[in-house]
Design a protein around this ligand. Sequence first.
Ligand SMILES: [Zn+2]
Length: 138
Amino acid sequence: MAMTLGEKVAHLKGLSEGLGLDENETHGRLISAIIAVLEEAASTVKSLENRVDELTEQLDSVDEDLDGLEEYVYEELSGEDWDIDDEENEVEVQCPACGETFSVDEEILDEGEMHCPACNELLEFEVSCDCGHNDNEE
Ligand SMILES: [Zn+2]
């Protein structure tokens, strides 16, 4: 396994110490300053790597949650409940003048009247109560 950046910097530091560089001499000062910068860079890289690992783990878990949510939503939308719900708002009406049968939205029925789309006859509807009971056609 390859050495990490931190290990390489530690190795360089060990080498420079082995040379017995004088910190009061220009080359010694320069080298120890370079190594200090390398140590800081290595530590920054290390914490960034840890953060990336953390974020990758979180992203994986979000990805899994999203898969579950997608499955749930698609099942709900393609299920029978969806179709029935859609049809509930439409009522089949037959025009007494021309016999044409067509679907009318409940909201239009609530308004009480509309024109037949086939013959333009004015059709009047009995406005039923909000509870939906409309068994008795008087
Ligand atoms: Zn008609």
